[in-house]
Design a protein around this ligand. Sequence first.
Ligand code: NHR
Ligand code: GAR
Length: 215
Amino acid sequence: MIRIVILISGRGSNMASLLAAAASAEMPGRIVGVLANRPDAAGLAAASACGVPSRVVDHRLFASRDQFDAALATAIDCLEPDLVVLAGFMRILGEAFVRRYEGRLLNVHPSLLPAFPGLHTHRRALAEGVRIHGCTVHFVTPDLDHGPIIVQAAVPVLDGDDEATLAARVLAQEHRVYPLAVRWFAEARLRLRDGRVVLDSPQDGAAALIVPNAA
Ligand code: NHR
Ligand code: GAR
């Protein structure tokens, strides 16, 4: 069983999807802790309700990004994780932090990278008029939202969509593909080698691109 730590900033629905997956027999991993950079993150209560220890490392209490990163790393290392998972985590992490967890730090991003890195992805997708949008699970590298891609899921953009309807359609796919990628890692089938993603026997992920018919 690998040890998994989840970092959140808010609602924590991706965290909840990972907790649910970890509770099933197919996942050889255990969520050993949840850390938030905001004391008001709603996901903290959900973690407690599942009996998962949680802690806040409030970025506003640190004079610099590097000091916050160092405190966050100390909190993470107390939990001795094999894998660290960003799930709606909203602070950019510095190079030293990212290098420390290289090859065992994942993120889910709400766009089909490399389109729309950064924030407000759904608003920007609507503004650009793209017809296909989605989400991406990737290894985190120092270069924001540009790490090696593990799995993506696409959804249509429908006439009449607004930011909320589009975000909800994408989020449903995040809840499918993030547990899948974490399970691959826990099964030791997924790794980073020379900056490239290696996935052993990818049959169940031949659907690296998952395009559901139903909106
Ligand atoms: N850090 C590194 N080095 N590399 C990545 O790929 C990272 C990362 C930290 C977070 C998640 C990412 C996303 O999926 C992520 C990937 C926050 C911002 C941001 O601009 C951008 C992208 C992501 C997360 N944050 C502002 C900041 O100043 C704060 C915004 C806020 O608090 O609302 O850190 O989208
Ligand atoms: C998710 O859509 C996630 O991809 C996105 O925020 C939402 C968090 O929801 N992440 C980012 O935008 C990171 N900058 P959740 O808290 O319910 O998982």
